[in-house]
Design a protein around this ligand. Structure first.
Ligand code: ACO
Length: 306
């Protein structure tokens, strides 16, 4: 765990600036030797144990990540191997901070089409490996982590109890590439560092997040008054507050973990779901809206009954 104050030794920054501008107090960084797939596997094992399942009960693994261990194979197939799974299929989804929302939509479609009955959806990132440690406007904001959940088809007579994913809304607009990107990649044979025009991303965030959440709710035939919990991507407490306010909700309806994790990109929503469950905030039957925006720009929301 790395506290804000630790950056004061190497950067022209303060705990007070980071805390007041972003809400972040601390974050975790992967240890040497730890990778996106190793953290994803740990999260997958915890989810299997929580669900009382074993790896071969899973039909598909989707890992949402922009920081896979290798260019290929996917982090998801590496998780499949680390779980010693002998069946099923696995692939990655790359939509940066919106990755987990995109992965949930993919999982839902696989189940709805009959291709899979149980899908493990994982968000896992090692953004510490793409930080420019001399850039105070980005490196203090991000953290590493992984979280997982398992989606299951509702089968059998009389089991239509309205649980699971009720509606989704996805968007992207590639014209905004320069607001948030990594200045390296495979075809330039470099890893690169994250570059962000934070205040510009901020400008888009609240408006687009409130709109996508409202659209997904409308598709489910619901409104903000029906929401028990918003579980947002955790980038900045001011974005989280602004989005809730625009939807007519207070922070009492929001699971907030940004203070302890920083921005873990695609891992932030499954981490927040897990923490919300542990805190006793999220209970079976609750109506949850997850929403996220990130590089692309890519953004979206999922409405689900827990
Ligand atoms: N410490 C001290 N001062 C700093 C720091 C720092 N760590 N970083 C920047 N500053 C300075 C800037 O240099 C600037 O100084 P200047 O006015 O002299 O030029 C001043 O603080 C204000 O900078 P802004 O960028 O305007 O500050 P803002 O209030 O917008 O907060 C922040 C910055 C926290 C980055 C905010 O804009 C934000 O959270 N943006 C959205 C990030 C986000 O949601 N990203 C999307 C997901 S990420 C993904 O997809 C990978």
């Amino acid at each position: 765990m790395v506290e804000n104050a630790e950056f004061e030794a190497t950067l022209d920054t303060t705990d007070e600036w980071i805390r007041s501008r972003s809400g972040i107090e601390r974050r975790h960084f992967a240890e040497e030797g730890e990778t996106t797939s190793s953290m994803a596997t740990a999260a997958a094992k915890a989810a299997l144990s929580d669900a009382g399942l074993v790896a071969d009960d899973i039909d598909a693994i989707i890992v949402a990540t922009s920081t896979a261990d290798l260019t290929f194979p996917s982090a998801a197939t590496m998780v499949q191997a680390q779980l010693e799974m002998t069946r099923g299929f696995a692939f990655d989804v790359q939509a940066v901070c919106a990755g987990f929302v995109y992965a949930l939509c993919n999982a839902n479609a696989l189940i709805a089409s009959g291709q899979a009955d149980r899908v493990m959806v994982i968000g896992a990132e090692t953004f510490s490996r793409i930080m420019d440690w001399t850039d105070r406007s980005t490196c203090v904001l991000f953290g590493d982590g992984a979280g997982a959940l398992i989606l299951e088809a509702q089968t059998g007579a009389g089991t239509s109890d309205d649980r699971g994913i009720l509606a989704t809304d996805l968007n992207s607009d590639g014209r905004y590439k320069d607001l948030l990107y990594v200045d390296g990649g495979v075809s330039t044979q470099s890893t690169g560092h994250l570059r962000m025009q934070g205040n510009q991303v901020f400008r888009h965030a609240v408006e687009k997040l409130a709109k996508t959440a409202t659209t997904a709710l409308e598709r489910a035939g619901l409104g903000a008054e029906d929401v028990d919990w918003i579980v947002p991507h955790q980038a900045n407490i001011r974005i989280i507050q602004g989005t809730a306010k625009k939807m007519g909700l207070s922070l009492d309806n929001v699971v907030v973990t940004v203070q302890d994790h920083g921005n873990t990109s695609a891992a932030s929503i499954p981490l927040a779901l897990s923490v919300g469950k542990e805190r006793g905030q999220i209970k079976p039957g609750d109506l949850i809206v997850t929403e996220a925006i990130g590089g692309g720009l890519a953004w979206g929301a999922v409405v689900l009954r827990w």
